[in-house]
Design a protein around this ligand. Sequence first.
Ligand code: ARG
Length: 563
Amino acid sequence: MKEKIVELISQNIEGMTNDDISLSIEIPPRPEMGDYAFPCFRLAKTMRKAPNMIAADIKEAIGDVDFLDKIEVQGAYLNFFIKPELFVKSMVDAAKAPDFGGSEEGCGKVICIDYSSPNVAKNFHVGHLRTTIIGNSLYKIFSKLGYKVNRINHLGDWGTQFGKLIVAYKNWGSKEAVTENGIAELMRLYVKFHDEADKNPELVDEARMWFNKMENGDEEALSIWQWFKDISLIEYKRTYDLLGIDFDYYLGESFYMDKCQEVVDMVTKAGLLQESEGAMIVDLSEYDMAPCIVTKKDGSSIYATRDLAAIFYRKNTYNFCKCLYVTGQEQKLHFAQVFKVVELLGNEWAKDELVHIPYGLVSLEGAKLSTRSGNIIYAEDILKDAIAKSLEIISEKSPNLENKEEVAKIVGVGAVLFNDLYNQRIKDVSFSWDKVLNFDGETGPYVQYTHARCSSIIRLAEGFDPDMDIDYSILTDAEATALLKEISRFPKVVADAADKYEPSIVARFAVDVAQAFNKFYNASRINVPEDNVRNARVMLTYLTKKTIKDALLLLGIDAPEAM
Ligand code: ARG
């Protein structure tokens, strides 16, 4: 419909391309302003006339059109009213398509998303939960737009901390304790190391020696390190399983060990490398940034070196059109430095292909959590608590539900994810169970519940089939049209969310559709004796269910059929 209107306008004005027209067409905020509006301000300059006069002229020139009820001039706007039945039909047809919401803009293009990336031997905490959830949602969003997305887990599995851990393990650890308590024991050993090193600084030298051994391929050092890594991964994977999240590549920092020298050579050759207090750096003062350290005093690589190596590896291996990094905003400077160095090495593409996607903090003040030890918060525990609490609520609300456990998992995990994704990612997230698990607020359970209500309506509608033809005039009332218009926003919502790297746009859309559906549901009886009325309303219910489900999937959230 929009294209048809663009065509009409373009035939009757000069000086704007079809794309220009399409971009300036707006969806009016109120139904009495029509279905589409075209503002004439821009034409005033070239046509040397007042915008409202121009609008009147265009209206005159267009005349009567078969698919339009009327065109109205309202101020500088030309408002188009499409024949309601035709408008309904066009929206229904679009929303029915299996790939509704998606596009082919990304076909043949590769995007890398670097997310989650916990630090080996440390717990998977709430901050890592955010990068994991946001990164996974971006993966789904870009996939929907046709991109091939490589999901990369850049594990923090290298660095001097492993030297410390080995020393601590040898002095105060045991095989049994590590096997039994996993990451918690590794964290205990790490704290113990620092306590002891305060009293006995020689331990620090010893740790450095063990890390050097690792860097030089020492078998014993590497086998302990590998063991710590394996143990950590088992725990991380438990969290990923709860979330239903997967990766294409686990390529941690250690993978780039033997690729760091190449980076140093490149930077040297480009004349960018300088010595500073024994370390080798790239001076970035011209860009108002602290220097990027490339190698430390002892010649070893650091976090930034490995990120530089990773960028070139990814560019050469995957030929990405974008490489996205989802981390907390405290790493803003780090990525700005690294991306700048890549650019200074003569890679103009770094400017728009390397993107840091920061997010805010999570505050758990309002939430009582069952933590394992002290105030160390494991993401896994939050998810498990959410599932347990959901099970309680569901058992109370729907005692006869068959697969309660399965549903509780979907609802509990979905609630946590939705709470995380509902606000702009840069904002801090507050977490309280009352809010997260509320079935009526702007929450995951509310949206899932609406989906389940749709499912039940469809189940009860015997003889309904989504491929059947319906009487479109039934859906021209205010609530049905408002709901259809809401649903029709889906493709734009997905495109915007991708454009801004902002899953919250999809989360808000899911709530908007659910709310519009509930208004429709309260205004119109669905299961009525007249077949044409019933089928049309069930069709709208079906499209609501389908769109909500697809929107939730883009957030990494599933939607149960009943709850
Ligand atoms: N391991 C890091 C952390 O936990 C995040 C890594 C992000 N990715 C990267 N390529 N630097 O803070």
